[in-house]
Write a new protein. Structure first.
Length: 136
């Protein structure tokens, strides 16, 4: 197994965003409905208000595209999510991030996905660490 990267600048440089297959949507389901959607669910999260699932989008539904950052980021790494979300926010692209064990997965509106990948590739090529509000 590859050693996870925790250095902020290195995670950003190596993020290699890759658009995944499929069209996705977040839905809320009851515990009783969970068993029916679980086989097709990409992710499940139990919120205080109920169960949220990421499932294949239905025909005609606004869909999200998945962009997986191919860097193996350490769970204690700092700055990758901030750099990605700031890069997309500056371009007016909303994103939902799911950080899993080995990779971060970015979900953006399907019609904005190609632009998002291009912007993230450009950000990776620039390298450096995330510069937040308090970093001057």
């Amino acid at each position: 197994m590859v050693t996870p990267i925790s250095d902020s600048a290195e995670m950003i440089r190596q993020m290699r965003p890759e658009r995944g297959a499929g069209r996705w949507a977040f839905h809320s389901v009851s515990e009783a409905e969970l068993a029916d959607v679980l086989p097709n669910a990409k992710a499940v999260f139990r919120e205080d208000e109920g169960v949220c699932v990421l499932v294949p989008a239905r025909t005609g539904e606004d869909a999200l595209a998945q962009i997986t950052l191919q860097v193996v980021s350490a769970l204690d790494g700092v700055g990758l999510t901030a750099a990605v979300s700031a890069t997309l926010a500056e371009a007016g692209i909303p994103c939902n991030v799911i950080a899993a064990r080995l990779h971060d997965h970015i979900f953006v509106p399907e019609m904005m996905a190609d632009r998002a990948v291009t912007l993230l590739e450009r950000r990776a090529a620039q390298g450096g660490v995330y510069r937040g509000v308090h970093d001057g």
